[in-house]
Ligand binder design. Structure first.
Ligand code: ZN
Length: 482
C-alpha cells in the first residue's frame, strides 16, 4: 500500500488512454504498464456490416481475432454479436469503422485506435474498465494472410489490425524488439507471436507470483519480510514494493467476517478481494492504530484476504516488516456447513455436517468469544440415507495445541489413546439427523481459560465397519481471547 492510494480510492477516476497503431514507443520485450482488467475477462460487442474483397465478413475476421487471444492466452473475451457505439462511455467495449476517433482526427498513417478507460485501484496500477476500438474507414481494408502488400490482393489485412487493437484492449503496449503483433507498425506477421502471448499471460498471472495460503477461522501467526511477495509482483505493475501475504478464504454461506491483524513491529493494512480480485473492503486506517481491522458481510464464495503494510511506514513507531497475528472470526445466524465430507478409508458418502458456537441461545453463531461468555457448542450430523437405521457410534474430537482429545459419553474430553481404542459419545441406532451438544453453559473463565484456540470435529462410524469414520473438512473453531 502506498499512502496516496488511501483517500477516496473507491471513487472511479477515469483517465483516457489513446493508443495509435503507428505511434513510436517501447524499449524491451513485451511492454506492459500493469494496467489490466480486474478479472482476466471482458465482453466485446461487435456488429459491422459488409465484407472484404476476399469475401470474408468483417465480423467473421473480428470473431477470429477474439478467439485467437482466447485460445492462446489466459485472457477470455466473451463475444457479443451486437453493435455498441465505441464512443459512448458506458463501461462496455465496442468497435466501429469511422472517419475519426470519437471526435479526434486520425493521424496520417493511423489504421485504428483503441481508447481505454481506467479506474484507480487501492493496490497496484489503475485497472481497465472500458476499451473501445475505432477503425479508420478511409483506409482500404481487406482480409488475407501473409505479406502486406501482396501481389493481386489490394488493401491492408483487417484481421491482424483487430488482433493488435485487442492486445491494447487486454492491456498490452507496443513491442519494438521482438517479433510481435504488438509491434508499433503493421508487418507480414498475421498471427499472435510468442512475445504477445507471454505478455498477456504475464499481465494476468500475478497470483502465480505469490504464495497463496489458506485461512481458517481462528488465529494464525505470520510475518511480512523480505522473502514475501510485493504488491508490484501481485498486481504485475506499479511501484508499490510493500510486502503482502495472500490468503484464500472460502465461505459456504452468507457470513459476517471479522479480521484483525495485529503486530508490534509493522503498520498493518488489511484488504479483502473477491475471486475476480475486485477489492470488496479495506481498512482506511482512520483508527490511527498500527493494527488493522475489517468487518464485512460476505455472500458464499471464494475470497482473498490480503495482509499488507506500507512502502514507507505512516507512523515511524509502527514499522513495515516483522511478525503479525491474523485473527479471523465470523458471525452468522445459523449453524454453518462444515466443509466437504470426508471419510477415513475414502468411501463415498452423502453425509453432511453443520456446527456452531453460540453465547446468546442461538441468535448468532461465531468462533471468537470472551472468557466470561457462556457457550453452547452444537453440531448436527445429517447421516447418509444409506446408513440411517443402522447401529453406529458418534464421535467428537477436540484439537488443542496439536493434541487430540476425544469426548466420552459423560461429556468429558480425554486424551486420545490409540491403544485404548476410540472413545465415543454415543452408540446407537443412527437417525437421519443427529444433534450433538458438545458443550452447554461452558464458561471458559470458570475453567481458568483466558486464551485458547480449539478445533472441534464430529464424525460417525457404523458398527459393522468401525474403521471407516465419516467426518468433515472444516472444524468448528473456538477462539477465546480476553
Ligand atoms: Zn498499437
Amino acid at each position: 500500500m502506498t499512502v496516496s492510494s488511501l483517500p477516496n480510492s473507491r471513487d472511479s477516476a477515469l483517465l483516457l488512454g489513446l493508443l495509435l497503431l503507428l505511434s513510436p514507443m517501447a524499449t524491451n520485450a513485451f511492454e506492459i504498464e500493469g494496467n489490466k482488467w480486474s478479472g482476466a475477462s471482458t465482453e466485446f460487442y461487435f456488429d459491422m456490416s459488409g465484407m472484404s474483397l476476399t469475401g470474408i465478413s468483417w465480423n467473421a475476421a473480428f470473431a477470429d481475432a477474439l478467439q485467437e487471444w482466447n485460445d492462446k492466452t489466459v485472457f477470455e473475451f466473451i463475444p457479443v454479436n451486437e453493435f455498441l457505439d465505441p464512443c459512448a462511455s458506458d463501461l462496455l467495449n465496442g468497435i466501429k469503422f469511422a472517419g475519426d476517433a470519437c471526435g479526434t482526427a486520425f493521424g496520417d498513417s493511423t489504421l485504428a485506435v483503441t481508447l481505454r478507460l481506467y479506474r484507480t485501484e487501492i493496490l497496484g496500477p489503475p485497472s481497465i474498465v472500458e476499451a473501445d476500438i475505432v477503425v479508420n474507414e478511409d483506409v482500404q481494408f481487406n482480409i488475407f494472410d501473409g505479406n502486406i502488400p501482396q501481389f493481386g490482393i489490394p488493401g491492408i489485412d483487417f484481421r491482424r489490425v483487430a488482433l493488435h487493437e485487442l492486445g491494447h484492449v487486454i492491456g498490452l503496449d507496443h513491442e519494438n524488439l521482438e517479433p510481435a503483433i504488438m509491434a508499433p507498425t503493421i508487418s507480414s506477421l498475421d498471427r499472435l507471436q510468442a512475445d504477445d502471448i507471454d505478455g498477456a499471460n504475464a499481465l494476468y498471472s500475478g497470483l502465480d507470483n505469490c504464495e497463496i495460503k489458506s485461512i481458517a477461522f481462528g488465529g494464525q501467526a505470520d510475518a511480512l519480510e523480505a522473502s514475501d511477495c510485493t504488491v508490484a509482483e501481485l498486481t504485475v505493475g506499479g511501484d508499490d514494493t510493500s510486502f503482502i501475504d495472500v490468503y484464500r478464504l472460502s465461505l459456504d454461506s452468507l457470513t459476517t467476517v471479522d479480521l484483525q491483524m495485529s503486530s508490534s513491529s509493522l503498520d498493518s493494512v488489511l484488504l479483502l478481494a473477491n475471486s475476480n480480485f475486485d477489492y470488496v473492503n479495506f481498512d482506511n486506517k482512520l483508527s490511527g492504530s498500527c493494527d488493522s481491522a475489517l468487518s464485512t458481510l460476505l455472500p458464499a464464495g471464494e475470497y482473498y484476504v490480503l495482509a499488507n503494510t506500507y512502502v514507507e511506514p505512516v507512523r515511524e513507531d509502527c514499522g513495515n516488516t516483522g511478525s503479525y497475528e491474523l485473527l479471523a472470526s465470523f458471525s452468522s445466524g445459523a449453524l454453518q456447513p462444515l466443509g466437504s465430507t470426508l471419510s477415513a478409508l475414502g468411501s463415498g458418502t452423502e453425509a453432511l455436517f453443520r456446527g456452531g458456537i453460540t453465547a446468546n441461545g442461538g441468535v448468532s453463531y461465531g468462533n471468537l468469544f470472551s472468557p466470561e461468555d457462556s457457550l453452547e457448542i452444537l453440531a448436527e450430523v445429517q447421516v447418509d440415507p444409506a446408513h440411517v437405521g443402522q447401529a453406529g457410534s458418534l464421535i467428537v474430537a477436540a484439537l488443542v495445541d496439536g493434541e487430540i482429545l476425544l469426548q466420552n459419553a459423560s461429556g468429558q474430553f480425554l486424551p486420545y489413546d490409540p491403544l485404548a481404542g476410540i472413545e465415543t459419545v454415543a452408540d446407537k441406532t443412527l437417525q437421519a439427523s443427529e444433534m450433538l451438544t458438545i458443550a452447554n453453559d461452558l464458561v471458559p473463565a470458570e475453567l481458568g481459560i483466558e486464551n485458547i484456540s480449539v478445533d472441534f470435529l464430529v464424525g460417525y462410524a457404523l458398527q459393522q465397519d468401525p474403521g471407516e469414520l465419516y467426518y468433515h473438512a472444516s472444524p468448528i473453531n473456538l477462539t477465546v481471547r480476553p
